[in-house]
Design a protein around this ligand. Structure first.
Ligand code: IPM
Ligand code: MN
Length: 368
């Protein structure tokens, strides 16, 4: 297998966690006999500094011409005063839109070894394994009209939540197909007691569910879901929801795992898939070697699974993550589960060593 991967390290801790994810991909490539070609480009604040644009044309062209895009993180307080469309985050939103990736998959898993890193009681998080399927190209993030309106000296700002039936259908199908391969349950999350967009969402999801008789569907209002996520996370298998609700609920779901740094994500459905950790650029800890790269590494596993269809390789990476955690190695953010404090690059090194061991046990080495 040969894959052309565009790498966008981005801002803050983006470069340091990306380095470890790429190290993992190189190791997998070496063992299983795949060629991953990486080419680096600028996005976010780093791109604004050099090209005065959060998504330069050269970056977008490279992304569109590749098999997958791997992204670190975007965002920097340096640009806080800029209008929304000029900020680093705008680069990421434009990229998602240009790639056409309408389904954002965010697994939130409770790892036994670091259950104590969660502020939730261990018996509450034990065994929780949730896949959030977040609609990524609609809703308030992209709806028109939007903007700041000056009304006779009174300033207002408006954003629009809008969804078409087709937009709901396509992401619903991703959620049902994923649930069919998991524990067979979709919880669709909306605010149908108040919002018309949510009423259309609920009707449409209910209709699409008929095509997946093996999958059970239930509905929750987003406020109730926010509560159930941290009181009874084991009740969930796949959560299907719109863009902003999914943004908020996925950060909340990180509490189950113990740290936002643990979560990876895959954005799929378009021409080219985009893989990025759920965490942000964390400028306060950038460059110190203390950032948690597990989320970036988990995103690399998702890239293997969704782009290369390399299920065994993806499982090897996921098993390696578990084994490093089980052996007691932790970055600072998950030290509430007692263990050995290690740096960002030490995690990368430990995961690659674990991968080699697992592959060896499975006799997975590619004949050279
Ligand atoms: C995320 C982030 C982004 C989002 C930001 C950086 C634009 O919070 O991926 O969850 O809101 O989608
Ligand atoms: Mn977010």
């Amino acid at each position: 297998m040969k894959l052309k991967i565009t790498v966008l390290e981005g801002d803050g801790i983006g470069p340091e966690v990306t380095r470890e994810a790429l190290r993992v991909l190189r190791t997998i490539g070496g063992i299983y006999g795949h060629r991953f070609e990486f080419s680096e480009h600028l996005i976010g604040g780093a791109a604004i500094r050099k090209h005065d644009s959060p998504l330069p044309t050269s970056t977008l062209d490279a992304c569109l011409a590749s098999d997958a895009v791997f992204l670190g993180a975007v965002g920097s307080p340096e640009f806080d005063a800029l209008p929304a469309h000029k900020r680093p985050e705008a680069g990421l939103l434009l990229l998602r839109q240009a790639l056409g990736d309408y389904a954002n998959l965010r697994p939130a898993i409770s790892y036994d070894a670091i259950a104590a890193a969660s502020p939730l009681r261990p018996e509450i998080v034990a065994g929780a394994d949730i896949l959030i399927v977040r609609e990524l190209l609609g809703g308030l993030y992209f709806g028109d009209p939007r903007g700041v309106i000056n009304d006779n000296g009174h300033t207002r700002a408006a954003n629009t939540m809008s969804y078409s039936v087709a937009e709901i259908e396509r992401v619903a199908r991703v959620a049902f197909a994923a649930a069919a391969k998991r524990r067979g349950k979709v919880t669709s999350v909306d605010k149908a007691n108040v919002l018309e967009t949510s009423q259309l969402w609920r009707q449409t999801v209910t209709r699409i569910a008929k095509d997946y008789p093996e999958v059970e569907l239930d509905h929750l209002y987003v406020d109730a879901c926010a509560m159930h996520l941290i009181t009874t996370p084991q009740r969930f298998d796949v959560i299907l929801t719109e863009n902003l609700f999914g943004d908020i609920l996925s950060d909340e779901a990180a509490v189950i795992t113990g740290s936002l740094g643990m979560l990876g994500s895959a954005s799929i459905g378009g021409e080219v898939g985009l893989f990025e950790p759920v965490h942000g650029s964390a400028p306060d800890i950038a460059g110190k070697g203390i950032a948690n790269p597990f989320g970036a590494i988990a995103s690399a596993a998702l890239l293997l699974r969704y782009v290369g269809d390399l299920a065994q390789e993806a499982e090897t990476v996921e098993e390696a993550i578990r084994s490093v955690l089980k052996a007691g190695y932790r970055t600072r953010d998950i030290m509430a589960a007692p263990g050995f404090l290690v740096s960002t690059s030490e995690v990368g090194q430990l995961v690659t060593e674990a991968i080699a061991e697992i592959a060896d046990r499975r006799h997975a080495y590619h004949a050279v």
